[in-house]
Design a protein around this ligand. Structure first.
Ligand code: ARG
Length: 552
């Protein structure tokens, strides 16, 4: 809570004993903060209107007027005090999660598979949460839990041995692996010897055969090289790339723990953990001895707990894996692990892409890098038209094009299904990344034209910023840190991106209503506010993975 909310809460609590901090809500048309009194009616046996009126006479809050209106207790802040406070706050100083550790498992790509559009959401939601949790002081561990285990890699090696070559592999990289894999699939349907051969290679990888492992490592390197190019464009970082293969030989420990608690049973030759009536059992090991996905995830959970001692362990994974995570968390609960409740499946909806023709699809998948390239190409054309003399046009187009895709992905609540349209994402006047980037650049150009030197904020007269347009901007800046905190604890980067758009809209209203270069104290104050907006936009764009070009 910010200082004002705390003040209000403490004062109102004296009149409304069952008040909770979340009952104090921010800003509507009538006031700056309010407490709806409806929920107290039953307990106090009075109408909300009477409760509000009585409380309003009983309560005093420094720097605010208190009024009752239609069952609401309204608090209106003395604008001057509020503006002074907001303009002197240090952005990003609020660190409520200092000392807490959060593991975030995101992107988690599969080896020898293309980085396709289906990986966009996990990558950008996880990447943004990484930055957002850091911003509020948490110690964050970003984990790319690579899909680098499974029988499919045996098939890939057979295919490579039969039809592939080192030259073609180094030339075509992932495309070659994909083609080999598709060919393996088609031909293994006709030729049983192929599947048997694949199983042999699979076993060789498992037993650590140098040649098989070497080849597999090469496939892995090719996949990661491509993924890292995409991560770089998206401003994404990881602290660990430990994938499923790392946990294979740790599954035995998991089995020991499970049998120690008598949770492991055998069913048709497989080892399973029964999870009650509302869930299928978790299969730990198949009858042929192979461990399953959930077994490796259990091993990973223990590993993360032991190595990072997390307060929260997040899994940013599509909603279609909901059952898997329910089972995973349930097993830990049955094990009696006190941290089982700290595991969170941060789920999200489906993505489809509109306006990209099938000809850009390779095989049946749409590569994320192709979508980014298409967005950059469109951004290049828009910029050439809007600002042909811009310096570093290519760099800006990259920031704007990629940013448009990312911002769009992070603009709606994550559970909503998404139909992505490049034209909408790149609309400079819409609720988009380019709109926020452009407003930021506009602020910077106002400051540059005025010859304003950074940080000249201290000596301004905040009384010049109390008209509705300026004050609206100030209100949206004042609790920006809190907004970031709320995005963290709700695992919802859209809370940040939506606030950025609101700030831009308010700034543009202010810019149109109040002439900035008007001389005197008003000019100084308006420039200081403009700088504050620019700094907040740049900081916020960074949290949702976007660059903030100085010129556009
Ligand atoms: N590689 C998996 C996939 O692409 C996602 C892994 C998610 N993380 C995990 N710990 N299970 O579907």
């Amino acid at each position: 809570m910010n200082d004002y909310k705390t003040l209000i809460y403490n004062a109102a609590k004296t009149a409304l004993p069952s008040l909770e901090p979340s009952d104090v809500t921010a800003a509507d048309a009538f006031c700056d903060y309010c407490v709806p009194c409806f929920k107290f009616a039953k307990l106090l046996r009075k109408s909300p209107a009477v409760i509000a009126t009585e409380a309003a006479t009983a309560i005093r809050v420094d720097g605010m007027t208190v009024e009752a209106l239609n069952g609401y207790l309204n608090f209106t802040i003395d604008r001057l005090g509020f503006a002074q406070n907001a303009m002197s706050n240090a952005l990003g100083a609020h660190k409520p999660l200092a000392g807490k550790t959060v593991c975030i498992d995101y992107s988690s790509v599969n080896i020898a598979k293309p980085f396709h559009i289906g990986h966009l959401m996990t990558t950008v939601i996880g990447g943004a949460l990484y930055k957002i949790f850091k911003a509020v002081g948490a110690n964050v561990v970003g984990i790319n839990h690579l899909g680098d285990w499974g029988t499919q890699f045996g098939g890939l090696i057979s295919a490579f041995k039969r039809w592939g070559s080192d030259e073609r592999l180094s030339e075509r990289g992932l495309d070659e692996l994909l083609d080999l894999y598709v060919r393996y699939h088609n031909e293994s349907e006709k030729d049983e010897a192929l599947a048997a051969e694949a199983r042999e290679w699979s076993k060789k990888i498992e037993s650590g055969d140098a040649y098989a492992v070497g080849l597999f490592e090469k496939f892995k390197a090719i996949t990661l090289e491509q993924a890292k190019k995409v991560y770089k464009r998206l401003n994404i970082e990881f602290d660990s790339y430990l994938g499923e293969s790392f946990y294979v030989n740790k599954v035995a420990d998991v089995e020991k723990r499970l049998s120690g608690k008598s949770l492991l049973t055998t069913s048709e030759g497989a080892e399973v953990v029964a999870l009650g009536d509302d869930m299928p059992p978790a299969i730990i090991r198949r009858s042929d001895g192979a461990s399953l996905y959930i077994a490796r995830d259990l091993a990973a959970a223990y590993y993360r707990h032991e190595n990072y001692n997390f307060d929260k362990c997040l899994y940013v994974v599509a909603s279609h894996q909901a059952l898997h995570f329910k089972q995973l968390f349930k097993v830990l609960e049955l094990m009696g692990e006190p941290w089982a409740g700290d595991m969170v499946h941060v789920s999200y909806g489906m993505v489809s892409v509109e306006g990209m023709s099938l000809s850009t699809r390779r095989g049946n998948v749409l590569y994320l890098s192709d979508v980014l390239d298409a967005a950059v190409e469109k951004a290049t054309a828009i910029i050439a038209e809007r600002n042909p003399s811009l310096k570093d046009r290519n760099g800006v187009a990259e920031s704007v094009g990629v940013g448009a895709v990312v911002f769009d992905a992070l603009y709606d609540g994550r559970l909503k299904d998404k139909n992505f349209s490049l034209a909408d994402a790149l609309n400079f006047d819409g609720e988009t990344g380019p709109y926020v980037q452009y407003t930021h650049a506009r602020c910077r150009s106002v400051l540059a034209k005025a010859g304003y030197s950074a940080g000249a904020t201290d000596k301004i007269d905040c009384a010049q910023l109390l008209d509705d347009e300026a004050y609206e901007v100030i209100k949206l800046l004042a609790d920006f840190d809190e907004t970031v905190y709320s995005a963290a604890i709700k695992y919802e980067p859209s809370i940040v991106s939506r606030r950025l758009v609101k700030i831009c809209q308010a700034f543009n209203r202010f810019y149109n209503a109040d002439r900035i270069m008007c001389g005197g104290d008003a000019e100084k104050a308006r420039l200081a506010l403009t700088e504050r907006v620019a700094d907040t936009l740049k900081y916020g764009l960074g949290l949702v993975l976007l660059d903030a070009p100085e010129r556009m």
